[in-house]
Design a protein around this ligand. Structure first.
Ligand SMILES: [Zn+2]
Length: 110
């Protein structure tokens, strides 16, 4: 994860979520890298599945005050989203790379 899909060694990101232009190890060209909205969709689904039960447990199970349960849930959601975005984005990019995914052209339908 977070490594070049071609060689498995070079870092795929330059910073938090910005793709490098090329792999520093093998020189693979990442300029066409575009995972679009995909990573955010999967992160929303996974984080939502974690924090929704958490909120119910905190409010109903532990009987915490609403403001405290909501604060814990929101902080957890933000931290998980920040933590999950890079691995999800690099994984979707690696899948696009492996399957040579790209935008459809007129040549594809002929
Ligand atoms: Zn590489």
């Amino acid at each position: 994860m977070l490594r070049c899909p071609e060689c498995g060694n070079g870092a795929v990101f330059n910073g938090y979520l910005r793709f490098r232009d090329t792999c520093a190890v093998c020189g693979a060209n990442f300029k066409a890298a575009d995972a679009g909205d995909g990573p955010a969709v999967f992160v929303i689904l996974v984080v939502g599945a974690i924090v929704a039960p958490l909120l119910i447990i905190l409010q109903v199970g532990l009987n915490l005050a609403d403001w405290l349960a909501l604060t814990i849930t929101m902080v957890t959601a933000i931290v998980l989203c920040i933590a999950f975005l890079p691995p999800f984005k690099s994984t979707l990019f690696a899948l696009q790379w492996k399957h040579k995914a790209r935008e459809a052209t007129h040549e594809d339908v002929e």
